[in-house]
Ligand binder design. Structure first.
Ligand code: PAF
Length: 281
């Protein structure tokens, strides 16, 4: 496994690989890898000749007062996990490599990114898109694999890739859950046992909403939102951010549920830890 720390070396390597006709599968991450990330790596490996994983806690996607300093990090463990998964290249740039003095360009998507998470985190997607544009230019992937848990991120990135003509396929892989249903997320590591109990209400409420649609045939959006909200807000540590039913293709809110197209999305703070989750209908 090759560990690359410099942007120039990463770009030269990926250009070289492409010149040899190799397909590059890329998984961008902020590290502290869990089985959800590793499932994305498996998808990338299955689709490509060379797998690249980036590990970079991107400061520009954290708002003022968010958890940049508290965000879990363990590079040694991450590298071992990548090695065990037979990743070919791990790209681990420093903040100075990615954002050298004088860096002043940001890339913004102005439709999908403004709603849902974009309301309470107004600068978040600008940071995500900017780093993804840079990573795509450095890693030159044919495929980039994102997780379904971050559904809005995947739609925003697909929009950006199409708008900016990146010759890349955005692949979205299913959410990986713990046995009790909690969607895997690096931020789960910040939860104590009491908070984790309440965090479980995200998936429980989503699956209760899904069951009303799938098993009881309910199509009324307000009925589903009220079911999900009721279950989720029963938690003592829970502060609801949003519950919405959206079109999975463009994240626009649905007037009526359309199975196969609609998705319930939720975001909530469990005390100071903000979690998101979603379920397809
Ligand atoms: O999903 C993430 O971990 C991050 O938003 C990403 C895509 C690696 C960009 O920093």
């Amino acid at each position: 496994m090759q560990v690359i720390r410099s942007v120039n070396e990463m770009q030269a390597t990926s250009i070289g690989l492409r010149a040899e006709g190799k397909l590059i599968g890329f998984v961008p991450t902020m590290g502290y890898l869990h089985d959800g990330h590793l499932s994305l790596v498996e998808v990338a490996k299955a689709k490509a000749d060379v797998s690249v994983v980036s590990i970079f806690v991107n400061p520009t996607q954290f708002g003022v007062g968010e958890d940049l300093e508290r965000y879990p990090r363990d590079l040694e463990r991450d590298l071992k996990l990548c090695e065990d998964c037979s990743v070919d290249i791990v790209f681990v740039p420093s903040t100075e490599e990615m954002y050298p003095a004088g860096h002043s360009t940001q890339v913004e998507e102005t439709a999908v990114a403004t709603d849902l998470c974009g309301v309470s985190r107004p600068t978040h997607f600008r940071g995500v898109i900017t780093i993804c544009v840079k990573l795509f230019n450095l890693c030159r992937p044919d495929f980039v694999v994102f997780g379904q848990k971050d559904a809005q991120q995947a739609v925003v990135i697909r929009r950006m890739a199409e708008d900016l003509n990146f010759p890349v396929e955005i692949v979205v892989a299913p959410t990986v859950r713990d046995e009790d249903g909690l969607a895997m997320s690096t931020r789960n590591a910040c939860l104590d046992p009491r908070q984790r109990e309440d965090a479980l209400l995200l998936s429980r409420s989503l699956f209760a909403g899904k069951s009303l649609v799938d098993d009881k045939g309910i199509r009324n959006v307000d009925r589903i939102k009220s079911e999900v909200t009721g279950i989720l807000t029963a938690g003592r540590c829970v502060r609801l951010n949003y519950v919405e039913v959206v079109n999975r293709e463009n994240m626009e809110t649905e007037a009526e549920i359309e199975p196969g197209r609609s998705m319930i999305v939720v975001a909530a703070w469990i005390d100071e830890v903000r979690l998101i989750d979603n379920v397809m209908l």
